[in-house]
Ligand binder design. Structure first.
Ligand code: NIG
Ligand code: FE
Length: 421
């Protein structure tokens, strides 16, 4: 078959193995790395990935050849955990944090998530849309072609709906594809005076059916944490959401281990997120129940903690893991997934191959898009990040600098020489 476009002469192409599910344990240490490779594209999809000179049968009169000598190609990166849509920002809390006041204490005083809730409630659709678009542009410039985005800064229907509608609209208008998660259970709103049970019952009775009816989200998530929602409340919400047909995620073991992981295992949540405080027993349960561990080392970094999630232990226990930014205005204000990948190496001692697998093939399965993206399997979307790097090790070792030069989305160049097109 004749290709529309062939990207040629890559010094390396990182090709994750696609087993039809997230890679687990030892599988994450393996990948095919093609030296001197090419990627042939037709109708926005991967036609063929190969080595050396492209087969003559791929080249027709109209086939465009683009030379990428000396560069690395990987599947477009997938940021599978973000709180993309929010009003305001929280740099005003930074000095407090530097002086040792904890994240949960700031929240207890009405700051933290609750301060962003106030700003988000006040923000118009356009304001939220433009702010989120700017973040998406930053992510795209860093090689990210698909993003999971959560609501959870409204905590009332009007604002939660506005956040979800911003995600839906951006999914139509922006180059980056979005996967939507409903997370009203992100904090107890002030009007509920600490009554988490009543708030959860309201979400189940009033919000979840509307989200489903308007098809505003695929996933449901909750923040299971000391002083926020208990494991029992998490179980109550997520089992109701599951019955209504939502796929599940859960913020668990971020600061304290209070049972969120057990809920994830019991309800077969697609993923459990954060897991800084994960226990050996929790890791075993996640492994046995195929819960993907979504690790967010940027949050540990930003919280100025040294308790990085035990990624290596998880791999030893045959778990699947992903890495993502957690992009949000409080615990991890960054759009740079490359830096998160580097923290995966520097702070969790993952290898470059494990890290690339985490943010491509595994992230794709964790957002339910494994059939479409995350690898260079023939027929998948031609979402490609092209790195100004000669091999897979380089972008992990040369840190805190954007090394993605060009990006292709569905076969079209959308970032060229680090500029959005
Ligand atoms: O994933 N943990 C809960 N939610 C976010 C933080 C949101 C915020 O601080 O605004 C997180 O870390
Ligand atoms: Fe989060």
């Amino acid at each position: 078959m004749i290709a529309d476009k062939i990207l040629t002469n890559f010094s390396q192409i990182f090709c994750p193995t696609d087993l039809g599910r997230a890679l687990k344990g030892k599988e994450m240490s393996e990948a095919t790395i093609i030296e001197n490779g090419y990627i042939a594209i037709k109708d926005g999809l991967i036609l063929k990935v190969g080595q050396g000179t492209p087969d003559a049968s791929l080249i027709g009169e109209r086939t465009k050849l683009v030379d990428y000598s000396g560069k690395l190609a990987s599947p477009g990166l997938i940021d599978c955990h973000t709180h993309l849509v929010y009003g305001g920002s929280r740099e005003n809390e930074f000095a407090k944090k530097l002086n040792g006041v904890s994240y949960l204490d700031i929240l207890k005083e009405g700051g933290g998530i609750l301060s962003t809730v106030r700003s988000t409630r006040e923000a118009s659709f356009d304001n939220l849309y433009n702010k989120s678009k700017r973040l998406l542009n930053q992510m795209l410039a860093h090689g990210v072609t698909t993003v999971e985005a959560k609501s959870g800064y409204g905590l009332d229907w009007e604002t939660e709906k506005r956040q979800l509608e911003v995600v839906r609209e951006l999914n139509h208008t922006h180059t980056v594809d979005l996967v939507s998660t409903f997370m009203a259970a992100h904090a107890i709103p002030p009007e509920y005076n600490g009554d988490g049970d009543a708030f959860i019952e309201m979400i189940i009775a009033e919000m979840l059916p509307k989200v489903k009816e308007d098809n505003l989200a695929e996933f449901c998530d909750i923040f299971c944490e000391t002083g926020v929602f208990t494991a029992k409340q998490s179980h109550r919400l997520l089992s109701a959401a599951k019955e209504m047909g939502f796929k599940l995620r859960i913020h668990a073991d971020e600061i304290d281990s209070i049972g969120g992981v057990d809920v994830a295992a019991e309800l077969h949540s697609v993923s459990a997120e954060h897991l800084m405080a994960a226990t050996d027993e929790g890791i075993k349960k996640m492994s046995e129940n195929n819960v993907i561990g979504n690790l967010l080392p940027g949050t540990t970094f930003s919280l100025m903690a040294d308790t990085y999630a035990p990624a290596k232990k998880m791999l030893e226990a045959d778990m699947a893991i992903t890495l993502s930014t957690d992009n949000n205005p409080g615990s991890c204000p960054t759009s740079n997934l490359q830096f998160i990948m580097q923290l995966g190496c520097f702070k969790m001692r993952l290898t470059p191959i494990q890290v690339f697998n985490a943010v491509t093939i595994n992230a794709a399965y964790s957002v339910g898009l494994g059939e479409k993206i995350g690898s260079f399997k023939e027929g998948k979307q031609a979402d490609i990040a092209i790195w100004d790097a000669p091999n897979v090790d380089y972008p992990l070792y040369f840190f805190a600098t954007n090394l993605v030069e060009d990006v292709y989305k569905r076969g079209e160049v959308v970032v060229k020489k680090q500029q959005l097109i």
